[in-house]
Design a protein around this ligand. Structure first.
Ligand SMILES: [Zn+2]
Length: 124
């Protein structure tokens, strides 16, 4: 289920977007190509419903000077949001910064770094 207005995904059982008050549509939200600069080729580097992880990732990207876009904002403007209503957020970066961003984000997901020796050498 997702809101056609803000493209936030909802769990099954919801019929209306709590933010936009519009009926939800079934399935996954389409790629919101209209709302982004078409010259930018964006890739998702993080998908989470953990606002803390998202905040940490955004902080790292800011420090690194990497521009990013968040789809499906966690409702920070709406007061009294039910705690069980977890909204999934996608953190996107331009493709030319993808490698940098992934390194930063993966350091969040795997705090204990264990090098398996699987070298990835994609010079694109
Ligand atoms: Zn909505």
């Amino acid at each position: 289920m997702y809101c056609p207005q803000c493209l936030v995904e909802y769990r099954e059982g919801f019929t209306e977007c709590s933010d936009c008050r519009v009926a939800l549509l079934a399935g996954a939200p389409p790629e919101p190509t209209d709302s982004f600069d078409p010259t930018l080729d964006l890739v998702v580097v993080l998908e989470t419903n953990d606002s803390m992880q998202l905040a940490l990732a955004k902080g790292l990207l800011e420090d690194a000077g990497i521009p990013f876009y968040v789809l499906g904002q966690i409702a920070t403007l709406v007061q009294g949001v039910d705690a069980f209503l977890h909204k999934w957020c996608r953190l996107q970066v331009p493709r030319d910064r993808e490698a940098e961003a992934r390194e930063l984000v993966e350091s969040l997901e795997q705090p204990a770094t264990s090098d398996t020796g699987d070298a990835i050498g994609d010079t694109g």
